[in-house]
Design a protein around this ligand. Structure first.
Ligand code: TYM
Length: 327
């Protein structure tokens, strides 16, 4: 059977990069796959978090999954820290991961570069991520481009374990879509859209107001060529906007190019903002109903129970295979 697993860290307000690269894929893929969607709160604490904010953001991410259309009845939605098997298999994966290969993880290098208080958990994080995926025997993992290297490591660790101790884990495939795999900043198309950018106009948040969304797209950098053409080499800023437009409007890129042929950027940017607002308005309504509801508590409790049951099958198999005593 085909099973997907994925998660979005509760470490910053979710921007449309995470929606385009990951969340909207979850919603599409649930039609075909059995889904496990979790909130990687243990990943978030690899860098300092304010406890009150972490608590709030963890609920936010779970509520956003559902508000975006992930069906909590058909899928399992849960908090990572509610299923301790993640940490146990994470440790086991660390025993299989080499210091050298972990040192080559570009996300670690980026996040630790120039900082002096880097936690050891930030370094070992990809082994925990491998455990997240392998525990549920996920066949497919929908993510943005920036997670590809972590997926490759996951496959390497699973292969190494299977070769040493017998076939225990399924090798997961990344699902990275062609359009929207890497949403870039609205101020600079050479940098990934990220909440850590101090320029607030560089990103659109899923919970931004319509006025903020209109303002941010109207200020987005373009180029002096004045044509709505998809061409990453020569027109990266415009190509980035076209990709966002395509995902939010569910229209193919050539259709969008055709519509604005012979026009400048004004109407294109306005319509882009409206396409985003149209998708986000109902999402935000549902989000506000859910985020502090008992319904959400119930979904997460239920999800933790279902996830634990599934996770324990794999954890026990891995322990037995390695020679750890199980009863
Ligand atoms: P995180 O929380 O940084 O990002 C969540 C998802 O959003 C995607 N994404 C983007 N996609 C396109 N353009 C962008 N600008 C953009 N920004 C973020 C990411 O690629 C990701 O898919 N390590 C993971 C969380 C995680 C996980 C897992 C994911 C932990 N365990 C197991 C899958 C399976 C992370 O930090 O993603």
């Amino acid at each position: 059977s085909k099973r997907i697993l994925s998660g979005i860290k509760p470490s910053g307000d979710l921007n449309i990069g995470g929606y385009v690269g990951a969340l909207q894929q979850f919603v599409k893929l649930q039609e075909e796959y059995e889904g496990y969607f979790f909130v990687p709160d243990l990943h978030a604490i690899t860098v300092p978090q304010d406890p009150k904010e972490l608590r709030e953001r963890s609920r936010q991410i779970a509520a956003l999954y559902i508000a975006a259309g992930v069906d909590p009845v058909r899928n399992t939605i849960f908090m990572q820290s509610h299923v301790p098997a993640h940490v146990e298999l994470g440790w086991i994966m660390e025993t299989q991961a080499y210091f050298g290969e972990m040192s080559r993880m570009t996300q670690f290098k980026e996040k630790s570069d120039g900082k002096d208080a880097v936690s050891s958990a930030l370094f070992t994080y990809p082994a925990l991520m491998a455990a997240d995926i392998l525990l549920y025997q996920a066949t497919h993992v929908p993510v943005g481009e920036d997670q590809k290297q972590h997926l490759e490591l996951t496959r390497d660790l699973a292969t190494r374990f299977n070769n040493r101790f017998g076939k225990t884990f399924i090798l997961p495939e990344p699902v990275i879509q062609e359009v929207g795999a890497r949403v870039m900043g609205l101020d600079d198309p050479s940098k990934k859209m990220s909440k850590s950018n101090p320029n607030q106009n560089s990103y659109v948040l899923l919970l931004d107001t319509p006025a903020a969304i209109r303002k941010k797209f109207s200020k987005a950098v373009t180029d002096s060529d004045m044509s709505v053409r998809y061409d990453w080499d020569n027109k990266p800023a415009v190509s980035n906007l076209i990709e966002i437009y395509s995902v939010f409007s569910d229209e193919e890129i050539p259709v969008i190019e055709k519509r604005y042929e012979g026009q400048g950027y004004g109407a294109f940017k306005k319509d882009l903002a409206e396409a985003v607002i149209q998708k986000l308005t109902p999402l935000q309504e549902r989000y506000h109903e859910l985020v502090h509801s008992e319904e959400l508590d119930r979904i997460l409790k239920d999800g933790a129970r279902k996830a634990s049951e599934e996770a324990h099958k794999t954890l026990d198999a891995a322990k037995r295979a390695m020679g750890l005593l199980t009863f």
